[in-house]
Design a binder for this molecule. Structure first.
Ligand code: ZN
Length: 150
């Protein structure tokens, strides 16, 4: 288990330091701001959607390693997915981070996103890990104002 934990940490450090899909997305069809006042993490999520498919996602902003790694992994994972698939991943991810499921099947379905389950042991960091996802939910629901994790 400790080897697995080290691997988890490596993925988070890697994505935290070198976030993928970072920057402004030209020709985005949707954008949404999110803020986690507990830690000061701030992101803007950009999505280019067509016909119910998220063709491209990028994010901008600044925050702690966990919030950046989470947004990086999320954008990587959701690219090319349909809104229906994204809703399913969102629900599963939420249950995973909130420790409502830890089955092997859930882990398999989440793939790399499962590393963020490490925050379960640090309740104060859960909001860092879920900021990008709260922001995503607002995109799915068509919110316009800044969302916060509070
Ligand atoms: Zn944070």
């Amino acid at each position: 288990m400790s080897e697995l934990r080290e691997l988890y940490q490596e993925v988070i450090i890697d994505h935290g330091r070198h976030p993928r899909n970072f920057g402004v997305l030209e020709n985005a069809t949707k954008q949404q701001e999110g803020f986690n006042p507990l830690c000061g993490d701030k992101i803007i999520l950009f999505v280019r959607e067509n016909d119910g498919v998220f063709l491209d996602l990028k994010f901008d902003g600044c925050g702690c390693a966990i919030s950046m790694a989470s947004a990086s992994l999320m954008t990587e994972c959701l690219k090319g997915k349909t809104i229906k698939e994204i809703q399913d991943i969102f629900n599963l991810f939420h249950r995973w981070v909130m420790n409502e499921t830890d089955s092997d099947l859930s882990q398999e379905k989440l793939g790399k996103l499962a590393v963020l389950g490490g925050v379960r042991e640090f309740p104060s960091r859960v909001k860092c890990a879920t900021l990008a996802w709260h922001t995503l939910k607002a995109v799915l629901e068509g919110e316009k104002l800044q969302v916060t994790t509070e």
